[in-house]
Design a protein around this ligand. Sequence first.
Ligand SMILES: [Fe+2]
Length: 162
Amino acid sequence: MAKTLTDLFHDQLQDAYSAETQLTKALPKMAKAAGSAELRAGFEQHLTETKNQLARLEKVCQQVGCKTGSNTCEAMEGLIEEGEEVMGLGLDTDAQDAGLIAAAQKVEHYEIALYGTLCSFAKQLGHQEAARILHETLDEEKKTDEKLTQLAERGVNSKARA
Ligand SMILES: [Fe+2]
Protein backbone atom coordinates (compact mmCIF):
# COMPACT_ATOMS: atom_id res chain seq x y z
CA MET A 1 0.00 0.00 0.00
CA ALA A 2 1.26 3.45 -0.86
CA LYS A 3 2.32 5.60 2.02
CA THR A 4 0.27 8.67 2.91
CA LEU A 5 0.59 12.21 4.23
CA THR A 6 0.31 10.72 7.73
CA ASP A 7 3.50 8.70 7.12
CA LEU A 8 5.24 11.80 5.81
CA PHE A 9 4.03 13.79 8.84
CA HIS A 10 5.46 11.15 11.19
CA ASP A 11 8.72 11.06 9.25
CA GLN A 12 9.06 14.85 9.55
CA LEU A 13 8.19 14.75 13.27
CA GLN A 14 10.95 12.21 13.82
CA ASP A 15 13.34 14.42 11.88
CA ALA A 16 12.43 17.37 14.10
CA TYR A 17 12.95 15.24 17.19
CA SER A 18 16.41 14.26 15.99
CA ALA A 19 17.23 17.85 15.01
CA GLU A 20 16.29 19.24 18.44
CA THR A 21 18.13 16.44 20.25
CA GLN A 22 21.28 17.24 18.28
CA LEU A 23 20.87 20.92 19.12
CA THR A 24 20.71 20.30 22.85
CA LYS A 25 24.25 18.90 22.49
CA ALA A 26 25.55 21.63 20.15
CA LEU A 27 24.21 24.73 21.91
CA PRO A 28 26.35 24.38 25.08
CA LYS A 29 29.47 24.24 22.86
CA MET A 30 28.32 27.33 20.96
CA ALA A 31 27.63 29.15 24.25
CA LYS A 32 31.10 28.28 25.48
CA ALA A 33 32.68 29.53 22.24
CA ALA A 34 30.77 32.86 22.25
CA GLY A 35 32.91 35.86 23.14
CA SER A 36 30.02 38.23 23.76
CA ALA A 37 28.19 37.73 27.05
CA GLU A 38 24.94 38.64 25.33
CA LEU A 39 25.41 36.03 22.61
CA ARG A 40 26.34 33.41 25.20
CA ALA A 41 23.20 34.22 27.21
CA GLY A 42 21.19 33.96 24.00
CA PHE A 43 22.51 30.47 23.27
CA GLU A 44 21.87 29.41 26.86
CA GLN A 45 18.31 30.70 26.70
CA HIS A 46 17.73 28.88 23.44
CA LEU A 47 19.04 25.68 25.03
CA THR A 48 16.30 25.93 27.66
CA GLU A 49 13.75 26.60 24.90
CA THR A 50 15.06 23.69 22.84
CA LYS A 51 14.59 21.27 25.75
CA ASN A 52 11.03 22.51 26.07
CA GLN A 53 10.54 22.10 22.31
CA LEU A 54 11.62 18.47 22.65
CA ALA A 55 9.01 17.98 25.37
CA ARG A 56 6.39 19.54 23.04
CA LEU A 57 7.39 17.17 20.25
CA GLU A 58 7.01 14.20 22.61
CA LYS A 59 3.52 15.41 23.45
CA VAL A 60 2.61 15.87 19.78
CA CYS A 61 4.00 12.45 18.88
CA GLN A 62 1.95 10.87 21.63
CA GLN A 63 -1.18 12.65 20.43
CA VAL A 64 -0.80 11.56 16.81
CA GLY A 65 0.60 8.09 17.48
CA CYS A 66 4.11 8.61 16.15
CA LYS A 67 7.21 6.93 17.62
CA THR A 68 10.30 9.08 18.18
CA GLY A 69 13.93 8.16 17.85
CA SER A 70 14.08 6.28 14.57
CA ASN A 71 15.29 9.08 12.29
CA THR A 72 18.55 11.00 12.16
CA CYS A 73 18.18 14.49 10.76
CA GLU A 74 21.11 14.73 8.37
CA ALA A 75 20.45 18.37 7.55
CA MET A 76 20.96 19.31 11.21
CA GLU A 77 24.10 17.17 11.36
CA GLY A 78 25.50 19.22 8.48
CA LEU A 79 24.47 22.57 9.95
CA ILE A 80 26.05 21.73 13.29
CA GLU A 81 29.21 20.59 11.53
CA GLU A 82 29.41 23.96 9.81
CA GLY A 83 29.15 25.67 13.19
CA GLU A 84 32.00 23.52 14.47
CA GLU A 85 34.09 24.47 11.46
CA VAL A 86 33.65 28.14 12.38
CA MET A 87 34.99 27.41 15.87
CA GLY A 88 38.03 25.74 14.35
CA LEU A 89 39.05 28.60 12.06
CA GLY A 90 41.12 30.43 14.66
CA LEU A 91 39.10 33.64 14.23
CA ASP A 92 39.37 36.62 16.56
CA THR A 93 36.53 37.05 19.06
CA ASP A 94 34.40 39.44 16.99
CA ALA A 95 34.73 37.40 13.81
CA GLN A 96 34.05 34.13 15.62
CA ASP A 97 30.88 35.59 17.17
CA ALA A 98 29.75 36.74 13.72
CA GLY A 99 30.39 33.22 12.44
CA LEU A 100 28.50 31.63 15.33
CA ILE A 101 25.52 33.91 14.71
CA ALA A 102 25.55 32.99 11.01
CA ALA A 103 25.65 29.26 11.86
CA ALA A 104 22.85 29.63 14.41
CA GLN A 105 20.66 31.53 11.93
CA LYS A 106 21.05 28.75 9.36
CA VAL A 107 19.81 26.36 12.03
CA GLU A 108 16.84 28.61 12.87
CA HIS A 109 15.88 29.03 9.23
CA TYR A 110 15.92 25.28 8.78
CA GLU A 111 13.75 24.85 11.87
CA ILE A 112 11.33 27.57 10.75
CA ALA A 113 10.86 25.69 7.46
CA LEU A 114 10.47 22.40 9.31
CA TYR A 115 7.92 23.63 11.87
CA GLY A 116 6.03 25.54 9.19
CA THR A 117 5.64 22.26 7.31
CA LEU A 118 4.70 20.36 10.46
CA CYS A 119 2.00 22.92 11.35
CA SER A 120 0.55 22.75 7.88
CA PHE A 121 0.54 18.91 7.80
CA ALA A 122 -1.01 18.74 11.29
CA LYS A 123 -3.84 21.05 10.18
CA GLN A 124 -4.41 19.16 6.95
CA LEU A 125 -4.64 15.93 8.90
CA GLY A 126 -7.12 17.40 11.40
CA HIS A 127 -4.73 17.46 14.39
CA GLN A 128 -5.73 20.91 15.65
CA GLU A 129 -4.16 20.60 19.11
CA ALA A 130 -0.88 19.30 17.65
CA ALA A 131 -0.90 22.19 15.17
CA ARG A 132 -1.32 24.67 18.02
CA ILE A 133 1.59 23.17 19.98
CA LEU A 134 3.84 23.08 16.92
CA HIS A 135 2.98 26.71 16.25
CA GLU A 136 4.29 27.69 19.68
CA THR A 137 7.66 26.28 18.70
CA LEU A 138 7.50 27.92 15.27
CA ASP A 139 6.99 31.31 16.94
CA GLU A 140 9.88 30.65 19.32
CA GLU A 141 12.24 29.81 16.44
CA LYS A 142 11.20 33.00 14.61
CA LYS A 143 11.87 35.09 17.73
CA THR A 144 15.27 33.48 18.17
CA ASP A 145 16.12 34.27 14.57
CA GLU A 146 15.10 37.92 15.05
CA LYS A 147 17.22 38.18 18.19
CA LEU A 148 20.21 36.80 16.32
CA THR A 149 19.66 39.36 13.54
CA GLN A 150 19.63 42.15 16.13
CA LEU A 151 22.87 40.88 17.67
CA ALA A 152 24.50 40.61 14.26
CA GLU A 153 23.39 44.08 13.17
CA ARG A 154 24.62 45.67 16.35
CA GLY A 155 27.93 43.97 15.78
CA VAL A 156 29.94 42.59 18.60
CA ASN A 157 29.74 45.16 21.36
CA SER A 158 33.03 45.30 23.19
CA LYS A 159 31.24 46.31 26.37
CA ALA A 160 29.19 43.15 26.20
CA ARG A 161 32.31 41.04 25.95
CA ALA A 162 32.93 38.96 29.02
FE1 LIG B 1 14.24 24.33 17.95
